[in-house]
Design a protein around this ligand. Sequence first.
Ligand code: ZN
Ligand code: ZN
Length: 112
Amino acid sequence: MTPTKHIGRKMGCPICKPPPAKAKIYVKERLFLITRCGKCKVPMVVVHSHKREEDFTKKELQEVIDRCSYVASVAYPNYHFTIDRKTQHWPDHMHWHIRQAEHVDGDMEEME
Ligand SMILES: [Zn+2]
Ligand SMILES: [Zn+2]
C-alpha cells in the first residue's frame, strides 16, 4: 500500500479530509476551496492545510476574500454578504462562512 501524502493535514480533523464527492463545490483553488457547510447550509471556505488564519499572508487572505465575493454573488444575488471569520466548528483549522446580509436596496425584511 502506498502511503498517501498528507502535507499540512492533521489526523482526525474532519475538514482536513477532502469533502465528500457529492458535496457542492463553488470554487477550488490552490490554497482553499469553497464548499457548502453541512451544518449551516451556507457557503464555507476551507483551506486545504491544517492552518489558522494567522498562518496566511495578507495577499493569500485577500485572494480568499476575492473568491468569497464571487461565490456570494452566485449564492446571494441581490443581497450583501458578510464573511464570518469565526472558526466555530473546528478551532484550529481556518474555515469562514459566507452569510447573507441585508438586501442590496437596504432593508432586510419588509416591515409593516
Ligand atoms: Zn484540519
Ligand atoms: Zn457551518
